[in-house]
Design a protein around this ligand. Structure first.
Ligand code: ATP
Ligand code: FE2
Length: 335
């Protein structure tokens, strides 16, 4: 039997096959993301996309690292949370491959996988996590054997908010990178910007966050004639500062000194900079994994599978997906 762990990611727009070797070393994933021409993501269309490209992408993942299916000793997949039709495609591929190759199957928690790839890549020990992706926005810390959610969005994820704002301006998915670019452009034209005329609501509710009001208010600024790049700058400042404020409070309450970023929005340079400033103010440290491991990727699924395989596998009759799997539902059985 092979020693590599294959990780399959299909929670939303991205299908990705990643690999981790027998020592738990991660290797870059082969990924393909559905980018709708217009409108948001339709779960069925994304699931069809994943089915269509799966075979080609699996072969690509094998070729990238010069291995063959017989080198695979376990198959890990995202069991949840995510979009039902997309998750089901990943689980079906995983069951098929594990059965065909007669190797263990392991269903893992997608959110926890974002955390563990970050810890592995950044060498963090016991961080507070700021997990900022399309669908999720959570501040998390490890307490009593679980990753506990100390604060989270009460409505939409920060990335979805950025993507929706962008879509309303005719910017295709994913909107986050383009908003970052426009905000940087505004800053280079206005090196000492003020919030005058660009004020937005500040979305902190105790330890929780909310972004839909921010989305509406940013759109109103545009409708009232504010320049797009100025609104992008203000939107980032308000949205990111609210996340960093909750993360800082979580560090203060838990007494932890490391901050770890994860999720697609953690690709953003301004977000990384704000986290660095906050952590160094507290004499702590802030960390972010390489961008290819911030966005959804199969490698993080493979890594968490490899870690968990020391303690458990998933039987076929327990392999159903769970759209609503919570970060704190998964006991931390690895070190
Ligand atoms: P999850 O299932 O964990 O919610 P996801 O499906 O949203 O994940 P990710 O790849 O983790 O997928 O994140 C995608 C999001 O990250 C998109 O909303 C995208 O706009 C955002 N994003 C990517 N790069 C940047 C960036 N440079 N600045 C801001 N946002 C970004
Ligand atoms: Fe994700």
């Amino acid at each position: 039997m092979g020693t590599w762990t294959l990780g399959i990611e299909t929670t939303a727009h991205t299908l990705s096959f990643g690999l981790v070797d027998g020592e738990g070393i991660p290797y870059p994933a082969a990924s393909d993301t559905l980018r709708p021409d217009k409108g948001g993501i339709h779960p069925r269309e994304a699931a069809d996309h994943h089915k269509d490209v799966a075979s080609m992408l699996f072969t690509k993942a094998m070729e990238m690292h010069s291995i063959s299916p017989s080198d695979i000793g376990a198959v890990a997949y995202s069991q949840g949370p995510g979009l039902g039709p997309c998750l089901r495609v990943g689980a079906a591929i995983a069951r098929g491959l594990a059965t065909k190759m007669d190797v263990p199957l392991i269903g893992v928690n997608h959110c926890v996988a974002h955390i563990e790839i970050g810890r592995q890549q950044c060498g963090c020990d016991d961080p507070v996590l700021l997990y900022v992706s399309g669908g999720n926005t959570q501040v998390i810390a490890r307490l009593n054997g679980r990753y506990r959610v100390l604060g989270e969005t009460l409505d939409i994820g920060i990335g979805n908010m950025l993507d929706k704002f962008a879509r309303n301006q005719g910017i295709p998915f994913p909107g986050g990178p383009k908003i970052e670019q426009l905000a940087a452009e505004y800053l280079s034209e206005n090196p000492t910007p003020t919030m005058e005329g660009l004020q937005l609501p500040y979305a902190v509710r105790g330890m929780d966050l909310a972004f839909s009001g921010l989305l509406t208010a940013a759109q109103r600024l545009i409708d009232n004639g504010a320049p797009l790049n100025a609104v992008c700058w203000s939107l980032q400042e308000h949205a990111f500062a609210s996340c960093v404020e909750v993360a800082e409070r979580a560090m203060a309450h838990t007494g932890k000194s490391e901050l770890l970023l994860g999720g697609g929005v953690a690709c953003n340079n301004r977000m990384r900079e704000m986290c660095n400033l906050m952590a160094s103010d507290r004499e702590g440290t802030s960390h972010a994994p390489p961008r290819m491991y911030c966005i959804d990727n199969g490698t993080m699924i493979g890594l968490l599978g490899w870690l968990e395989l020391q303690k458990r596998t998933t039987a076929l009759d327990e392999s159903a997906i769970d759209q609503y799997l919570r970060t704190d539902q998964t006991p931390i059985v690895w070190s």
